[in-house]
Design a protein around this ligand. Structure first.
Ligand code: URA
Length: 434
């Protein structure tokens, strides 16, 4: 088989056979096919899509590029949550310990690194000093069985093909493809050995898939292919027309997650977390009363049990948990600049994707696969769509160790900022559940 001919075939919009996809994906994983040819195929898929049959083949090949974890049938339901990716999305960091703290479910969570304009759960966790997201399958299972949750990334054992493809999609502008997002997410989740999956499907200008109808299509595909593998899947479509919460950036998002786990933090982050946690617990026991679940979750936050669970997980994974107790002892960025309102009005629109890209320029993400992330850089957002803003109100705060980047990004953000006289309704966060 020739890689060149397969690229040409997809470029012409023709259906690839399972053997052709396998030749390409496994060839790339085994370094027989170079990244430039894989990138060309990814770009062809980006424009031409994958048929249902191709998507099923792709998914199967990526899952089988590694091992599939099997948990012993226990008394506890095995569930996980994953997001299709947004800006400021730190839900997993709060939800995983919160669910584990219920003692009713186990959460073996395999997450990704920053992708495109979005941050990654792994990069955020690794901004906690000492936190390791590397584990072999036996350690991963052991920790999940012992304390209810482990938070790791793909390994050589679990979906290595997704790890390599994910890193390449990240730097080749090929992430925004419904079948690629679907196979990337489901491969990891199926390989994890879970029984139930709650999907947070983002819609709006900070999501990879921005149009509502496309988000719905993605949600349905995730459900269809996930259920084909025997998973229970619930998809919750949530608004991403502005970043989630008030902070974008790795350590900044850990700080905000700690706030929520300590009973404070932004209401939108808490609302989405509780909704997804509630759906996870309903999978465990569909007959439960929703208000009773909500109360249980709120109690676990207010009593400190969810925060203690995060500390337990972090300690097991090598972290210095004194930073979780005292986040203020973390070093700050060298340069911090405020952007305040020059006039009065209502905030109608936030360019969330651009803010995600600005955060990368500040050092919070990678421009190339080899780049190192600066954990303290990022952006705080102090106003939300629909807020009334007065002159001199703080709207954004920019953090970075790169002085020029701060100046540059501050100028860009300021020039995009538009306040209008008319009021605008607040956005509904939970758009639909399927
Ligand atoms: N999350 C993933 O794991 N993969 C994607 O492609 C998008 C979000």
């Amino acid at each position: 088989m020739l890689a060149y001919s397969i690229i040409e075939k997809k470029q012409a919009g023709k259906e690839l056979s399972k053997d052709e996809i396998k030749f390409f994906v496994i060839g790339f994983l085994e370094k027989k096919i170079p990244a430039y040819q894989m990138s060309a195929l990814l770009m062809a898929i980006y424009f031409k899509g994958l048929t249902e049959k191709e998507t099923a083949s792709f998914l199967d090949i990526v899952i089988n590029s590694g091992k599939r974890i099997k948990f012993k049938k226990t008394d506890k339901y095995i569930v996980d949550k994953h997001s299709t990716g947004g800006v400021g999305d730190k839900i997993s960091i709060i939800l995983a310990p919160l669910l584990a703290a219920t003692g009713k479910v186990k959460i073996p969570m395999i997450s990704g690194r920053a992708l495109g304009h979005t941050g990654g759960t792994l990069d955020k966790l690794e901004s906690i000093p000492g936190f390791s997201t590397n584990m072999n399958i036996e350690q991963f299972k052991k920790q999940t069985n012992e304390i209810g949750c482990a938070l790791i990334g793909q390994t050589d054992d679990i979906c290595p093909a997704d790890r390599e493809l994910y890193a390449l999609r990240d730097v080749t502008a090929t992430v925004r493809s419904i079948p690629m997002i679907c196979t990337s997410i489901l491969s990891k989740k199926i390989a994890e050995g879970i029984e139930g999956l709650v999907m947070d499907v983002k819609t709006g200008n900070g999501a990879f898939i921005q149009e509502y109808n496309d988000s719905l299509k993605l949600a349905k595909k995730l459900k269809y292919f996930g259920e084909n593998y025997g998973l229970k899947v619930k998809a919750v479509i949530t608004d991403m027309s502005q970043p989630l919460g008030n902070k974008i950036g790795n350590w900044l998002e850990i700080e905000e997650s700690l706030d929520v786990l300590k009973g404070n933090g932004p209401v939108d982050v808490k609302e989405v977390t509780l909704e997804l946690a509630q759906e996870s617990l309903l999978m465990e026991n569909p007959t439960r009363n929703v208000n009773e679940i909500k109360k249980e979750l709120n109690d676990l936050i207010n009593s400190g049990a969810a925060f203690e669970k995060l500390k337990e997980i972090a300690k097991k994974q090598g972290a210095d948990i004194s930073f979780l107790d005292n986040p203020q002892k973390y070093k700050k960025a060298k340069y911090i600049q405020d952007i305040t309102a020059k006039n009065t009005g209502y905030l109608h629109k936030v360019n969330s994707m651009q803010l995600g890209l600005d955060a990368i320029d500040l050092g919070a993400g990678r421009r190339t696969r080899e780049d190192k992330i600066d954990p303290v850089s990022g952006i705080e957002i102090h106003k939300r769509i629909g807020d009334k803003i007065d002159r001199n109100d703080l709207i954004f705060r920019i953090h970075s160790n790169d002085k020029d980047a701060v100046k540059n990004i501050a100028r860009k953000i300021e020039s995009r900022l538009e306040l209008l006289e008319e009021t605008i309704a607040k956005k509904k966060l939970i758009v639909e559940k399927i």
